[in-house]
Design a protein around this ligand. Structure first.
Ligand code: MN3
Length: 202
């Protein structure tokens, strides 16, 4: 059994004007598809074949660059598509809102921390909102296709929200204006989905 490129739950143009259709088409159909097929090639015939992606990443040998880069790429993009929606935006409610307020004081302060982590990640990478056992949330960032499930990336817990800050995620529409892209991302965050991931993994 091999990993399959997940289908998007919305059309390529559904997140416009915040994320443009052409970027979505290339990002999902080329970049994510590429990570998926390279991951399959990397694990074929090894003892990783047949394991869940979470299991592979949590127990990853970080010197295995093919699985680190492509397994990370497969997992990270799958989460990224899931936490966005054309009906997104606004603010979380319920226990996730409480956890964010407990950690950052307010939604605005959390937004500043998340945007700062995403904006200051040098070069390619991701910013995350993670939940630790017990329900505490934390913002962090990782380079390249690393993610918080991997060992010793300096960023722990289970990722419940992630933003891709590789240039391929925004350059067609925003060129070098990464902060504008990060700000626009907040208009498409599906807080219902993020809250569900929080509830499942706290
Ligand atoms: Mn990407």
């Amino acid at each position: 059994m091999s990993f399959e490129l997940p289908k998007l739950a919305y059309a390529h143009d559904a997140l416009e004007p915040h994320i443009d259709a052409r970027t979505m088409e290339i990002h999902h159909g080329k970049h994510h598809a590429g990570y998926t097929s390279k991951l399959n090639n990397a694990i074929e015939g090894t003892d990783l074949e047949g394991k869940s992606i979470e299991n592979i990443l949590i127990n990853l040998d970080m010197s295995n660059k093919a699985v680190r880069n492509n397994g990370g790429g497969f997992y990270n993009h799958r989460l990224f598509w899931e936490v966005m929606s054309p009906d997104g935006g606004g603010e979380p409610t319920g226990e996730l809102a409480t956890a964010i307020n407990d950690a950052y004081g307010s939604f605005e302060a959390f937004k500043d921390a998340f945007s700062s982590a995403a904006g200051s990640q040098f070069g390619s990478g991701w910013a995350w909102l993670c939940v630790h056992e017990g329900g505490k949330v934390e913002v962090c960032a990782t380079p390249n296709q690393d993610n918080p499930l991997m060992p010793k990336v300096g960023c722990g817990g289970f990722p419940i929200l992630g933003i891709d800050v590789w240039e391929h995620a925004y350059y067609l529409n925003y060129q070098n204006r990464r902060p504008d892209y990060i700000n626009a991302f907040f208009n498409v965050i599906d807080w219902t989905k993020v809250a569900a991931l929080y509830a499942q993994n706290k």
